[in-house]
Design a protein around this ligand. Structure first.
Ligand code: PMP
Length: 372
């Protein structure tokens, strides 16, 4: 490890939770309830699955290096030029690449306390200094959510990059369009603001608006989206960014050629064309999210507000992390996988993906057993 650059020596690798492959092998044939990774229980559009099959014969060819068809479909959907779009191997790749391109030694990267873990990893891999702004207090209407005033105040002369998530993972919290407008008015033009909207399709809160609605006004604002969540294509790894063509062009220089594979390109384009499936998934998620939040609340647990496909749930007071770890382990023994939050310093909480009705029922039955 002494051979690694200093940022990486201090780094812990991204924690994907349990070894799910080993877990599936162990529980083979039995019904597993996997609610640890914010995946979409309804699966992708049938059109996307068909499109993947259609790519098999040409899989000896490299994919379209420019992702032309998907780029054009995204540009048409979002009303921007193709030069405003950059495709990534999942949005994770793009989040890493922003730091590579805009940060580096001697540069500050600002993110919020409890912001998505990848922002810190990206900053440290780039050799930049991470400045963590405080989040809203637990008593706030958006507990542990981004405090945009505090984030703006953390920006210094050496800051070149800010990561926001709206909504955020693991908190599920969000901020509204007015707060964001006030924030952008304070950010210097030489600071790139990345707004990670991985869960945007699930949002139904009044007052929320995508940063895409104001992107054209801010050449330093770039928005990331993913096909992993609402479009249910996590395994095919497709994400994208929308920003000013000059910003996208400089990102393009650092992009790995062929970063998005042919199956992913075809599936994402087909999924984009099936708006009915998307609407159906989003409606099911909203209905199940509300029902699950109520059921957990009725069991005396603190459920934080969420506009995503997961809930952050407090199972004990801080200091009683061992009890929560025990509950989590006991659920695992019953084939129910949740995400432990110790890595975020929230070991008294668990993050629960909103499953389908059957999965949520099994989860609640399991919880009632292990907490009895
Ligand atoms: N941003 C957020 C906030 C996420 O929760 C995730 C996935 N957990 C990602 C980005 C990355 O997703 P992907 O690389 O699959 O697009």
């Amino acid at each position: 490890s002494a051979l690694a650059q200093p940022g990486i020596q201090r780094l812990r690798a991204y924690d994907p939770g349990h070894d799910l492959v080993a877990f599936r092998r162990r529980f083979e044939g039995r019904h597993l309830v996997e609610l640890g990774s914010n995946e979409n229980p309804y699966g992708p559009s049938a059109r996307a699955k068909e499109a993947v099959l259609g790519t098999i014969h040409d899989s000896f060819r490299y994919p379209d290096p420019l992702g032309g068809d998907l780029n054009r479909a995204l540009a048409a959907k979002h009303g921007v030029d193709v030069g405003s779009i950059l495709l990534g191997n999942g949005s994770h790749e793009l989040l890493m690449q922003f730091a590579q391109v805009f940060a580096g030694p001697g540069v500050d990267v600002v993110a919020s306390k409890f912001g998505f873990a990848v922002y810190a990893i990206a900053a440290q891999c780039a050799g930049a200094t991470l400045r963590v702004a405080p989040c809203h207090a637990d008593a706030h209407a958006m507990p542990r959510g981004h405090d945009l005033d505090a984030i703006a105040a953390a920006i210094t002369d050496t800051t070149r990059l800010v990561y926001l998530a709206n909504p955020n993972n693991p908190t599920g919290t969000w901020y509204d369009a007015d707060a964001f407008a006030a924030f952008m008015a304070k950010v210097p033009g030489d600071v790139v603001v990345v707004v990670d909207e991985a869960y945007a399709e699930f949002v139904d809160a009044p007052g929320w608006a995508s940063a895409l609605t104001v992107q054209a006004r801010h050449p330093n604002l770039v928005v990331t989206r993913t096909f992993s969540k609402a479009y249910a294509l996590a395994g095919l790894r497709v994400g994208f960014a929308i920003g000013h063509p000059a910003l996208i062009a400089v990102m393009e220089r650092a992009r790995e050629s062929f970063n998005v594979n042919s199956a992913g390109l075809a599936a994402a384009e087909a999924a984009l064309g099936d708006e009915e499936h998307l609407r159906w998934v989003v409606a099911r998620n909203a209905e199940q999210r509300a029902a699950l939040a109520t059921a957990l609340h009725d069991r005396g647990l603190r459920v934080f507000p969420s506009q995503t496909n997961f809930l952050l749930v407090q199972f004990a007071e801080p200091g009683d992390e061992a009890r929560v770890a025990g509950i989590e382990a006991a659920l695992c023994e019953r084939g129910i996988v949740l995400r432990p939050m110790g890595g975020y310093g929230l070991g008294h909480c668990l993050r629960i993906t909103v499953g389908n009705a059957d999965e949520n029922r099994r989860l609640l039955a399991g919880l009632d057993e292990v907490r009895a």
